[in-house]
Structures are given as C-alpha cells and as structure tokens.
Write a protein that binds this ligand. Structure first.
Ligand code: ATP
Length: 235
C-alpha cells in the first residue's frame, strides 16, 4: 500500500533521513521506533507532503506521491496526526474534527464518521462545543487522532500518540489503534515508546540517526537482545 524507497531528506545541510526503505501493507500496523532525532518525524512529514525529499521515492497505492502537495496527499487517503498534536485551541472540538474532513464532499459519510469518532472517544462528544484549548494533553491527543480519522484515511500516520500521556491514557490510545486496525484502517505508527508500539505492531523498523538498522515482526523485535538493551531499558 505504501512503499518508501531509498528516501533521503535534509534540512539545508543537515541530513535527517539517510536513505531508508520500508513498506506498509494493507491492514497492518507498522511502527518506526528509535530515539530522539532518529528521523521518524521527518519521515512522516515527507510522506504527507509537508517536506520534499532530496532523493528517493514514495509510492502510495501504486502512484508516486513524493512531489504531490500535502492537501492532495490527504485527498488520496493518507492522513497524518502530527507530533505535538497541533489542534486549534480556539475552535471547538467539533470544529476541529470537521476540519479533518475538509477535502470530503460526502456529507452523510462525514456525519457517520463523526459518530464513529465520538463512539471511540466519548469525551469528545460530551465536550463537542467546548474550545479544544481547554483539553488535557491526553484529550488533545484523542482529538488529533479523531481529526485525522475524519478524512476517512486508508492509511493513518500517527506521530508519537503516547507522548506526555498517563499510562492509562496511553493504554486507551493503543487499544484504539488495535480497534482501528480491526476496522480495516492501515496504520503507520511512530513511537519513542518502543515497548508499547512493538507489542501491537505487525512489523517494526528501528531507526538510528537517519538509517534503518533493524526490522522484523513486532514480536521478533520485542525479544531481540539488541533492541531490548537499546530501547527497552534492559541491561
Ligand atoms: P523526535 O522523536 O525527537 O521528534 P525524530 O526521530 O522524529 O525525533 P526528527 O524530528 O525527524 O527525529 O529529526 C531528525 C533530525 O533532523 C534531527 O537531527 C533534528 O535535529 C533534525 N531536524 C529536525 N527538524 C529540523 C529543522 N526544521 N531544521 C533543521 N534540522 C532539523
């Protein structure tokens, strides 16, 4: 469904992504894990058209998208819930969610997806008329995921959804990801919390300073000795 080939991305002279290749198959949860600065966020931004690569190719559903503008990428069914949430604090919860559906013309579909998001996150429904800026970090995270879902994505990219969340809230987000997969949404998950991400991922890629150093099934990486030492805090 998504294929990234030898992708290189730079900020001026700073090389952030140094030739990575990976793929995401339909119906899978695939995760990119790695420490701060490994290039995970840069990779997602490049896939969603916010950055353009120095070289390499990005294919989505058989079409090349690495020079397609961001709004066009969304219309093709690829949504991005960015790091740091980026919700609009002065707009209400519902207005934030509806913005996620900006590219859609099917009003009935938008209404039913709004219900679906409210079903997944009841707090968003309870507070649908409140400004989003009054929400806690975890609630804003739910809103950001909900907003990305409102574009009815075929592929949903989530950047650090667990960042700053309590363990309980993180559990809730992780089980939402599993629920979305069971509904047929394909997910590319970027996480610093490797334990949580690998536990639910079908496949994982480990990034270190702009390169993929290891990949395998979530379970295989979880039990890999090097991964355990480097990312799961074991001696
Ligand atoms: P984090 O989890 O901390 O966001 P990451 O794996 O997502 O880490 P990136 O944010 O993609 O990493 O950053 C990769 C590299 O690119 C880092 O060395 C970072 O300092 C650099 N970088 C990121 N954004 C910029 C920018 N706007 N200008 C210059 N360098 C940048």
């Amino acid at each position: 469904m998504l294929e990234v080939k030898n992708l290189k991305v730079a900020y001026g002279r700073v090389r952030a992504v140094k030739g990575i290749s990976f793929s995401v198959d339909q119906g899978q949860v695939v995760t990119l894990v790695g420490t701060n600065g490994a290039g995970k966020t840069t990779t997602l931004k490049t896939i969603s058209g916010l950055l353009h690569p120095e070289s390499g190719e990005i294919w989505f559903e058989g079409e090349r998208i690495d020079n397609v503008p961001a709004h066009d990428v969304v219309s093709r069914g690829l949504a991005h819930s960015p790091e740091g949430r980026r919700i609009f604090p002065r707009l209400t919860v519902e207005e934030n969610l509806r913005l996620g559906a900006f590219a859609r013309r099917d009003r009935a579909g938008v209404a039913s997806d709004l219900d679906r998001v409210f079903g997944l996150f009841p707090i968003l429904q309870e507070r649908r008329s409140q400004p989003a800026g009054t929400f806690s970090g975890g609630e804003q995270q739910m809103l950001a995921i909900g907003r990305a879902m409102m574009s009815k994505p075929k592929l949903l990219m989530l950047d650090e959804p667990s960042m700053g969340l309590s363990p309980l809230m993180m559990q809730r987000i992780m089980s939402t990801i599993v629920e979305l997969r069971s509904e047929g949404v394909t997910i590319l998950l970027v996480e610093q919390n490797a334990q949580a991400a690998l536990s639910l991922a079908d496949h994982g890629y480990v990034l270190e300073v702009g390169k993929i150093v290891l990949d395998g099934t979530g379970q295989a990486l979880l039990t890999d000795e090097n991964v355990r030492k480097a990312y799961l805090g074991e001696e």
